[in-house]
Design a protein around this ligand. Structure first.
Ligand code: ATP
Length: 237
């Protein structure tokens, strides 16, 4: 199977704090891979390392076989990766439409932009209805949908999602995970990091558990759901 992303023996430090201590994992083309772990385990740092947002001290990151380690973020985006960051980071005082335009700056051809927009509207019909609404007045769930839509505007082959369920009511959590599954069916490869282990594992083709900057377990979503260690530490026993 072709690997979209290979993350190999990566170390990241913040000053004297070691956030990633030799982390290795793979994301096969066309799959959903999830990374679960507690607060501070290094999940966001892993995504930032992929996007060139933190410095990788040692290790190698490749995307479809080409090295992207410590490349400039805009070049990484051009290669076909997009990050939907934790906390959404949408522009609250701009409209939905303006937020999407900013996300799509990299795609120059109008037809491609329109095709991507149609794909987004098929996924999130509410975005189409709310194009002229100020983003800050959207509900929490709608803001998360906008954040994912904005990342999709970059037409990525691999979409990185940082805790998309954070702060959402339980019914919206279910909806967001259904949408992520649908996005994968549309052909996007997905790397998802989540504290919400149950939903992340149910969705995952393959999953890794990160603890204090190290991968401690790996398996299919179902294998990890059945794993006693995972059950007691992440699934409430
Ligand atoms: P959370 O689920 O709480 O977002 P996480 O698993 O995403 O946690 P990271 O944000 O990757 O964890 O943080 C990993 C470690 O690196 C933590 O100990 C954190 O305090 C530290 N860290 C993260 N960002 C910085 C920074 N900018 N400066 C210093 N330390 C940092």
């Amino acid at each position: 199977m072709t690997s979209a992303l290979v993350f190999s023996d990566v170390y990241v430090n913040y000053g004297s704090i070691s956030a990633l201590k030799g982390v290795s994992f793979e994301v096969p083309d066309g799959s959903i891979v999830t990374l679960i772990g507690a607060n501070g385990a290094g999940k966001s740092t892993t995504l930032k390392a992929i996007m060139g947002l933190v410095n990788v001290r040692s290790g190698l990151i490749t995307f479809y076989g080409s090295p992207i380690t410590n490349m400039k973020t805009h070049l990484i985006v051009r290669n076909g990766l997009a990050l939907c960051p934790e906390g959404r980071r949408i522009f609250l005082n701009l409209t939905v439409s303006e937020n999407l335009k900013i996300g799509g700056y990299i795609i120059k051809e109008k037809e491609t932009q329109e095709a991507i927009l149609e794909e987004i509207f098929s996924l999130f019909p509410r975005m189409k209805e709310r194009l002229n609404q100020i983003a800050g007045t959207l509900s929490g769930g709608e803001q998360q949908m906008l954040a994912i839509s904005r990342a999709m505007m970059q037409n990525p082959k691999l979409l990185l999602l940082d805790e998309p369920s954070l702060g959402l009511a339980p019914n919206l959590v279910v909806e967001i995970f259904e949408k992520i599954e649908y996005l994968n069916k549309l052909g996007k490869t997905i790397l998802l990091v989540e504290q919400n282990a149950y939903h992340a594992l149910r969705l995952a083709h393959y999953s890794y558990v990160l603890e204090q900057g190290r991968i401690v377990l790996a398996g299919t979503g179902q294998e990890l759901l059945d794993n006693p260690q995972v059950k007691s530490a992440y699934l409430g026993g």
